[in-house]
Design a protein around this ligand. Structure first.
Ligand SMILES: Nc1ncnc2c1ncn2[C@@H]1O[C@H](COP(=O)(O)OP(=O)(O)OP(=O)(O)O)[C@@H](O)[C@H]1O
Length: 261
């Protein structure tokens, strides 16, 4: 049985069709990169996987059961920005997840439980290269360090599914490669199933195990909202030849031009 099964999934907001007839099966531990023109419903798809939005039609199953309709600890998410608590230190930011999980009402751990949690936190901070910044505040960190912190927070909770919405979109190209290596390392160590939205087509073609291209195949010039996007390409990473890369890039850009018109 597949880990995640999406069948005939539609998402509409009022008259606007966002996603139409998505079908997809994903095995546990896959790392899917999602690309597509702006407005093609990639973030909406992540929200459906998170349980923050519900399908208008169709089904989304996890291990054969409907995905819980509300976010839970099995699903983590990292956004391009603002995934961390600004009023907590780096160490407290990462600790907070464990405290809320183990003491949901009080939100605080004491004694041995706290010491054990802090040992996990410190090991994770070391894994993401933030051990030297444990006592800093988020505003004292560079953008790359903030994303390392957000990634540390997410992985520490060991979600079964991790959703990344343009996690490196605000970072300088120079440090993206380091972030890719970090993400791949944590993914391999944890076996988490990852869905990552990226605007960077090059990143999408390179990172992970599978590329999913979201695009609109139907278009009504008189009613731009009538049709939604679907998955037009579903390829193993590294398998697309130069011509296919060029075709996909051109199609995504063409849809982006139509969306902007
Ligand atoms: N809660 C909502 N209510 C109404 N419309 C929404 C809502 N959320 C998203 N949309 C619309 O759904 C469409 C798809 O948005 P979405 O953010 O999923 O696209 P995207 O492919 O992730 O775009 P981008 O790459 O620019 O982030 C957009 O037209 C957006 O305005």
């Amino acid at each position: 049985m597949s880990f995640i099964t999406v069948k005939h999934l539609w998402k509409e907001y009022g008259d606007q069709v966002i996603l139409e007839n998505l079908n997809l099966t994903v095995q546990q531990g896959e790392f899917c990169s999602l690309v597509g023109a702006s407005g093609c419903g990639k973030s909406t798809f992540l929200k459906l996987l998170l349980g923050q939005e519900q399908p208008s039609r169709g089904t989304l199953n996890l291990n054969g059961q409907p995905l819980p309709g509300e976010p839970d600890r099995n699903r983590g998410i990292v956004f391009q920005r603002y995934s961390v608590f600004p009023h907590l230190s780096v160490r407290q930011n990462v600790l907070m997840g464990l405290e809320l999980e183990q003491r949901p009402l009080l939100g605080k751990l004491f004694g041995r439980a706290r010491r054990e949690a802090l040992a996990q936190v410190d090991a994770m901070l070391e894994a993401v290269g933030l051990d030297g910044a444990a006592n800093k505040w988020p505003h004292e960190l560079s953008g790359g360090m903030q994303q390392r912190l957000a990634i540390a927070q997410s992985f520490l909770m060991r979600p079964r599914v991790l959703l990344l919405d343009e996690p490196f979109g605000a970072l300088d190209p120079g440090i993206r490669n380091d972030m890719h290596q970090l993400l791949l390392k944590l993914w391999r160590e944890t076996g988490t199933t990852i869905f990552m939205v990226t605007h960077d087509l090059h990143e999408g073609f390179q990172l992970g195990t599978r590329l999913l291209v979201f695009d609109k195949v139907r278009r009504d010039p008189h009613d731009p909202q009538a049709y939604g996007a679907t998955i037009t390409y579903d390829l193993p990473i590294g398998q697309a030849d130069g011509q296919l890369v060029q075709d996909i890039t051109e199609q995504v850009r063409s849809t982006a031009r139509h969306q902007a018109a």
